[in-house]
Design a protein around this ligand. Structure first.
Ligand code: SER
Length: 590
């Protein structure tokens, strides 16, 4: 079975069972500002999972294009992909566990031809007030699964969602392919990474809503959200070692071989795979309107293009090639995803543009790097100044330098890079704008970012620790922010991690920062947080950041939270009795 056949078998199966087919949504999420890309089929359906009526009914099915960017650096092994397709079926307050599991079982065994022995399944073991899901295990047993094929796991493995910060979520039952090899150890099961088990389908019983404070409340309706990884299933059905050897990537791998004149074997395998994955993902992103940029989605796209480009150089091919490979992607996927053909011209132009820009400096930069690397042998970290030069003069994303360094057994000090980066920005700014460093008069880029970070931190503290926390002092320099607030104990490392995560989620979501002028009374009505209360005049400026923060403030602030790139708490300490002090920095940290 190939991808086209699997797509239609899946859609037909669920159509016959009363599901309406919906189109794949864009990779750029429309309704959820808290994530960069559509990461699952449920994403565009969030309003309907929360109870809004879907015009197509209560049973839906589709094949959704998705991007997950967490593992870009792992792409090249046999399993990681940035772009993938997810087959999904949904019940919006209609059927629940019994039918959902029944459908999956019937499709896997009856249509795809899996043997019952080749499957293993999981169920939620319970956590806090949410009970163990014995019902799911009973349903699997009633379908003939033996107890030794059913595994219970907790929150980490058997709970899905929400996709962003808040939203629908619930316990799931995951279905695994068991390749029949002996267990690697006594505790070996689907959560083990020894290779015996591969997850193929996830059926989520979405009956909870997670709010900003992290509480779970029952949803109005009980939903089912399932997702099956098309690439993984194809790999298993075709019995190949990785998806890159399946029919899905055949044309692209052949194309890379033709362009580079190299064979897909030995040490070339990883490079071929990275190029294939990145070109496929980049082509889909461009067709959905993402353009290379310094931040946010565009930065991910740029990283993919530059990384693919440099691996092509390593294969020995130094000309632009991506537009040709994009053509293969468009031919392979154009029927299933018509937007690829519609945007073919602009996609190819953007690829060639970005690639040529990068290529101009790549060769020189690589030569420079080689010299550097030799000079750095024996050191723990590569010389910071030289690393910065690669970024500044040769346009190497820091991730690329780190990767090149790793290949030579060297390390890059990311914190050092970050501080040089800031210093550089501050210098070029004060040169250009004649501003002064430090104090309130400083409206430079670095402090502006930290002003916005302070608002996000303020809001995260209240969400994670206590809604009664208020600001008791703030001081910002070009290097860091310092924030004092009321709390009579230490902030725990877990809380610090949660706070950083919330702020980083808001940064990744690239939320707009909106400034409005309004009478103080009006700002109060909106529940804007005001630090200096009665010191304000008639009208105040209110800065709103997505749904995350609303605060009276004189500014300055960035336009989009993505400009912060990342957020890290560097110190937490006591400032005075009942007052804690946090220091934090912004920038790119990994
Ligand atoms: N949303 C679930 C997942 O991504 C099921 O589709 O695994």
């Amino acid at each position: 079975m190939d991808a086209e056949e699997l797509r239609s078998a899946y859609i037909e199966f669920f159509k016959e069972r009363g599901h309406a087919q919906i189109a794949s949504a864009s990779l750029v999420p429309e309704n959820d500002p808290t994530v960069l890309f559509t990461t699952a089929g449920m994403h565009p359906l969030v309003p309907y999972l929360l109870g809004e009526r879907h015009p197509m009914g209560k049973r839906l099915v589709n094949c959704q294009k998705c991007i997950r960017t967490g593992d870009i650096d792992d792409v090249g092994d046999s399993s990681h992909l940035t772009f993938f397709e997810m087959l999904g079926n949904w019940s919006l307050g209609d059927y629940f566990k019994k039918e959902s599991i029944g459908f999956s079982h019937e499709f896997l065994i009856g249509v795809l031809g899996f043997k019952p022995d080749q499957l293993a399944v999981t169920a939620f073991e319970g956590s806090g007030s949410i009970p163990r899901d014995g019902e799911t295990a009973d349903i699997w047993r009633s379908l003939g699964m033996r107890d030794d094929q059913i595994f219970f796991y907790g929150m980490k493995d058997n709970w899905w969602g929400p996709a962003g910060i808040t939203g629908p979520c619930g316990p799931d039952t995951e279905i695994f392919y068991d390749n029949g090899q002996p267990k690697c150890c006594e505790g070996c099961g689907p959560s083990c990474h020894c290779g015996k088990y591969t997850e193929i389908w996830n059926n989520v019983f979405m009956e909870y809503f997670k709010d900003e404070k992290g509480n779970y409340t029952p949803l109005k309706q009980k939903n089912v959200d399932t997702g099956m990884g098309l690439e993984r299933v194809i790999r298993i059905l075709q019995g190949v070692p990785s998806v890159y050897e399946s029919t899905i990537f055949r044309n692209l791998i052949d194309g890379i071989a033709e362009v580079s004149g190299k064979v897909y074997e030995n040490e070339n395998i990883r490079m071929f795979r990275i190029i294939a994955d990145h070109v496929r993902a980049a082509t889909f992103m461009l067709a959905d309107g993402v353009m290379p940029a310094k931040i946010g989605r565009g930065y991910i796209l740029r990283r993919l293009i530059r990384r693919a480009s440099r691996y092509m150089s390593q294969l020995g091919y130094d000309e632009a090639f991506m537009a040709d490979l994009a053509e293969i992607v468009i031919a392979d996927y154009g029927d299933a995803y018509p937007e690829l053909r519609k945007n073919e011209k602009i996609t190819k132009m953007a690829l060639a543009g970005e690639e040529n820009k990068f290529r101009k400096t790549l060769r020189k930069g690589l030569r420079h790097f080689d010299g550097m690397a030799t000079g750095n042998e024996g050191r723990e970290f590569m010389d910071g100044e030289q690393v910065f030069k690669l970024y500044d003069t040769y346009g190497f994303p820091i991730e690329l330098t780190a990767e090149l360094a790793k290949e030579r057994g060297l390390k890059v000090d990311l914190a050092d890079f970050e501080s040089r980066f800031k210093e550089h920005q501050d210098k070029s700014r004060s040169g250009a704008e004649q501003t002064f460093k430090g104090g309130l008069a400083d409206h430079g880029e670095a402090t502006t970012r930290l002003h916005t970070a302070t608002h996000l931190l303020d809001s995260a503290l209240r969400r994670v620790i206590d809604p009664n926390i208020t600001q008791r002092g703030s001081n910002i320099t070009a290097e860091r922010l310092r924030f004092d607030f009321n709390l009579d104990r230490k902030v725990t490392p877990e809380e610090i991690a949660q706070i950083e995560k919330l702020v980083n989620d808001a940064i990744k979501a690239d939320l707009p920062v909106i400034c409005e002028e309004m009478p103080y009374e009006e700002a109060k009505k909106r529940n804007a947080i005001g630090v200096f209360g009665d010191k304000y005049g008639e009208k105040v400026k209110v800065y709103t950041i997505g749904g995350v923060s609303c605060e009276i403030c004189g500014g300055p602030h960035v336009k989009q939270t993505g400009e912060l790139q990342g957020f890290k708490i560097t110190k937490e300490e006591s400032s005075a009795a009942g007052i804690r002090r946090i220091r934090a920095v912004v920038g790119k940290f990994n």
